[in-house]
Design a protein around this ligand. Structure first.
Ligand SMILES: Cc1ncc(C[n+]2csc(CCOP(=O)(O)OP(=O)(O)O)c2C)c(N)n1
Ligand SMILES: [Mg+2]
Length: 877
């Protein structure tokens, strides 16, 4: 119930006078307290107060409360102008010839001041390990390079090689640690990833200090993003966590230039107001930086609030016009909405009106906002800064197509030069020269001095870190033994290893189990009590199950991360820990366990970014296998995550069948990632089917790591059966069935078709390049004697099909192509034709095709195997 119509102006005035006197005499806090009390009172009567989420469309910090910028404004403007120019030039040059390499001008031109004030006064460098973590808006990369160029980190040649990453390793299109490992820390250009990764970075920073692993200090995470980008679910999806966890170490700067790629972000609304409500509702400090200081004297005249009314009413589509169409248009369509407001600007020329600056382009206003943000306690801060897209690009400023501008007319370049006083003569301008004052110039000296005071240059990425000591072998050895007559699952085996590793003296503190509300599914609930679940609030209640052995223990120094039902969030936390070796100089070993179906399929773009960021850690796709997780149906049963994982170049993936295989793989992973410092992360699928696990055959380790090893020998084999995960047991059973027909077979456990394929590709390529010095693939090394092969997995055929090019004999693959469905494992394996009978059938057929069996033989065996020749295709039903 809210009414905007004033039915008793006198009464309103009395109330206003009352509150004004409280503000004057007792201050704003007291006034705010009284209003809250009044709101509570009307709330008791059932009304919902509507005033407290958004404030009027004006700067949050009033002029009198602005912290003063201490530096040399004119010097800083000169430096910023050079950065703007060099950023512009590098994009124009990349598009001057036929290569048309792309790049963006308008994004950085809108954000230059937002970054500059950060670099000059706030972003700390890494001299004392306190460096702030800055997630740059991906499309701003030219501006960040341009600053590093002035700082002396890049040469002109480097800038000329913007986006030339292959022939002459140049500087990358966007922030990519993979391509520039000593420079960029965080991949951001896929919209929404910066915001969610940044939030979990700040969360993990608090987690690490709560556990005493890194000192708690005032390091900050700065996330720069676009206003259009805020529409991504990932951008806003975790802001509740940041508010709840009171992440005062987190600052978002949303560059509200009101435009995205195609046009306005909210032509008919106000994105700044919308975001203010969303963030404040989630417990953030919101600082709006809307109007620049040239507006201050005009706003001061607005005693009646008429100008404010116009500001509140104007929609973003119209605000865009005010920059695209100039001062006369703005006078007519904005100020003239009220005669008293028009009067306020009567002394201003059209040019003056056009130059009324936006807050995000005013270093004073931006400084005041950052100053308040870094000094805020108890909550994260979002700065919503109004800017102009394409600022300074003449006729391309704020036009609807400005996002994709890569070339400018000579008039526009000249107007840019004039606007920013760039010392380039008309005769020179066509050559697009970079401008860098000499090393001893006041500009370069000032620039270097400011960075030195803040702890050094950024961006910089630490490429190496402490080498860890391998855990005791006993941790793994326990799993090399047979499980006896105990039936266990590989998921249980994995949890056992994690539990053991947590106790290891050397690396125990670095192990972090992460789950998205699925610990009980994976049998990890014992860890709740053993190591505790991290909660910044500790545990303010007695848990319901306090009297049980495995009670739900939350604690301030809890080890486990229970991120709730957010795979994107849990994955982002994993990424922060998996890159801690670089960002905190403190290697961590995170294990993220999830339903394998809700892994890559759900968050593949984040996984891709984790690869780019050179993450190191373990992803455990638990309850995998389309027929092994049997009772859940189509949405849960994963038969393709290995295909997805194989798309990430530095992800090593495995589908083990036995506990000892899991142990060998994890041991090797720790060795490779944390001792040998290789750039990989691991994806291991584990399953919930319980069966007896044999002892590890002697010398099996190398094969397990390379991708396959023999688990059943035969003196005179006619065939090879390959199996992976739970289906290996079916291959072993099939081998027995075949024996009944005097057909002998070897059985191999393929721990990774993905790695066999990688090795195949590598050797094939090597041989093409070195024909006189050919090598063997690992498959060739294993399969000396030629015989038919039948491979079966709980994944779609494409998984096992990958190695066909490296196999010279008959090769039949069986898999679980099609949608999963719920039923018993036995029925499902029969349905998808990956059960022992189907494997035996395929084997018999292979021998028939090679003429080792005749027509009568095969008909007889088919009959005994009850082969139904009319059975429908499982992937079509
Ligand atoms: C996930 C994803 N979708 C689409 C794009 C393509 N894209 C690049 S920039 C852009 C518009 C960005 O607008 P905004 O976030 O407002 O940034 P601005 O350039 O205006 O500062 C789009 C759609 C992308 N990079 N990532
Ligand atoms: Mg935008």
């Amino acid at each position: 119930m809210s009414s905007k119509k004033d039915i008793d102006i006198l009464e309103t005035t009395e109330w206003l006078e009352a509150i004004n006197s409280v503000i004057e005499e007792e201050g704003i806090e007291r006034a705010s307290f009284l209003l809250t009390k009044l709101a509570e009172r009307i709330n008791q009567e059932g009304a919902i107060p509507s005033y407290n989420l958004t404030t009027p469309f004006r700067n949050t910090i009033s002029v009198k409360d602005e912290a003063q910028m201490p530096g040399d404004l004119f010097m800083e403007r000169r430096i910023r102008s050079l950065i703007r120019w060099n950023a512009l030039v590098m994009v124009l040059k990349a598009n001057k010839n036929d290569d048309e390499l792309g790049g963006h001008i308008s994004t950085f031109s809108s954000a230059a001041t937002l970054y500059d004030v950060g670099f000059n006064y706030f972003f700390r460098g890494s001299d004392n390990h306190l460096e702030d973590m800055v997630y740059y808006q991906g499309h701003c990369s030219p501006g960040i390079y341009a600053r590093s160029f002035l700082e002396g980190h890049f040469t002109e040649e480097d800038l000329d090689n913007f986006r030339r990453e292959v022939v002459k390793p140049g500087i990358s299109s966007y922030p990519h640690p993979w391509l520039m490992p000593d420079y960029w820390q965080f991949p951001t250009v896929s919209m929404g990833l910066g915001p969610i990764l940044g939030i979990y970075q700040a969360h993990v920073m608090r987690y690490l200090s709560a556990r005493g692993l890194v000192p708690r200090n005032d390091r900050k995470v700065w996330v720069f993003c676009g206003d259009g980008e805020m529409d991504e679910p990932e951008s806003k999806g975790a802001i509740g966590l940041a508010g709840r966890e009171q992440l005062e170490n987190l600052i978002f700067v949303v560059n509200c230039n009101l435009q995205r790629l195609d046009g306005p972000v909210r032509g008919n609304g106000k994105i700044i107001q919308e975001l203010e409500g969303a963030f404040r509702g989630e417990g953030w400090n919101v600082i709006k930086v809307i109007w620049g200081r040239f507006w201050d004297p005009i706003i001061a005249k607005d005693t009646e609030g008429k100008l404010q009314e116009i500001m509140d009413a104007v929609v973003d589509g119209e605000l865009q016009n005010f920059k695209a169409k100039g001062g006369a248009y703005t006078r007519e369509n904005f100020f003239a909405k009220d005669p008293s407001v028009l009067e306020m600007v009567k002394d201003l020329s059209d040019e003056d009106i056009y130059r009324l600056n936006r807050g995000g382009h005013d270093p004073y206003k931006v400084y005041a906002a950052y100053h308040k943000a870094v000094n805020s306690k108890g909550a994260p801060t979002v700065i919503l800064a109004l800017t102009t897209k394409g600022y300074g690009t003449g006729s391309r400023e704020a036009d609807n197509t400005t996002h994709q501008v890569k070339k400018l007319s000579i008039e526009n370049i000249k107007s840019f030069r004039d606007r920013f006083d760039i010392p380039v003569a008309d005769s020179e301008i066509e050559n697009l020269p970079y401008v860098r004052p000499p090393e001893d110039s006041p500009e370069i000296q000032y620039l270097k001095k400011t960075r030195k005071a803040l702890g050094g240059f950024i961006p910089r990425r630490r490429t190496s870190s402490e080498i860890l000591k391998m855990p005791e072998d006993t941790v793994f050895k326990k799993l090399y033994e047979s499980s006896g007559d105990r039936k266990i699952s590989t998921t249980m085996a994995t949890v056992r290893i994690i539990t053991e590793l947590l106790k290891d003296e050397e690396i125990g503190k670095r192990i972090v189990p992460i789950v998205p509300d699925e610990a009980r599914t994976f049998g990890m609930e014992a860890l709740f009590r053993q190591v505790g679940i991290y909660s910044s609030a500790g545990q303010k209640y007695e848990p319901e199950d306090a009297d049980k052995v495995m009670w739900y223990k939350e604690s301030k120094d809890g080890v486990m991360l229970e991120e709730g039902i957010t795979e994107a969030g849990a994955f982002s936390a994993w990424t922060a820990l998996a890159t801690a070796y670089s960002n905190y100089d403190f290697p961590m070993i995170p294990f993220y366990l999830f339903y394998s179906m809700f892994g890559f399929q759900r968050v593949h773009d984040l996984s891709w970014a984790a690869g780019d960021a050179q993450a190191k850690g373990f992803l455990i796709g638990a309850t995998s296998g389309r027929t092994t997780l049997n009772g859940e149906g189509l949405q849960h049963q994963d038969g393709h995550s290995h295909i997805l994982s194989s798309t990430i170049p530095n992800c090593l993936s495995y589908d083990p069948a036995y506990a000892y295989e899991v142990a060998v793989i994890i041991k090797d992973g720790i060795q490779k990632m944390y001792v040998d410092q290789e750039n990989y992360f691991y994806y291991i699928t584990t399953i919930n089917e319980n069966y007896i696990h044999p002892e590890m055959p002697k010398g099996a380790e190398t094969g397990i790591i390379k991708g396959m090893h023999k688990v059943k020998k035969s003196d005179k084999p006619a065939l090879r059966l390959l199996g992976s995960g739970a289906i290996l047991n079916e291959s072993l059973k099939a081998s027995k069935i075949l024996q009944e027909y005097n057909i002998e077979s070897e059985v191999w456990s393929v721990t990774s078709f993905n790695l066999l394929r990688k090795n195949g590709m590598e050797v094939e390529r090597y041989n093409q390049l070195n024909p006189s010095n050919e090598k063997q693939t690992y498959i060739e090394e294993c399969f000396g004697q030629s015989m038919p092969i039948v491979a079966a997995t709980d994944y779609m055929r494409a998984y096992a099909e990958q190695i066909r090019p490296y196999i010279s004999t008959q090769y039949i693959t069986l898999g679980t192509d099609g949608y999963g469905r719920s039923d018993s494992r036995e029925t499902l394996r029969d349905f998808f034709e990956v059960d022992a009978n189907s494997i035996a059938r395929a084997a018999v057929y292979a021998l028939y095709k090679e003429k080792s069996l005749n027509k009568n033989d095969i008909e007889k065996i088919y009959e005994e195997l009850k082969v139904d020749s009319t059975k429908p295709n499982p992937w079509e039903v």
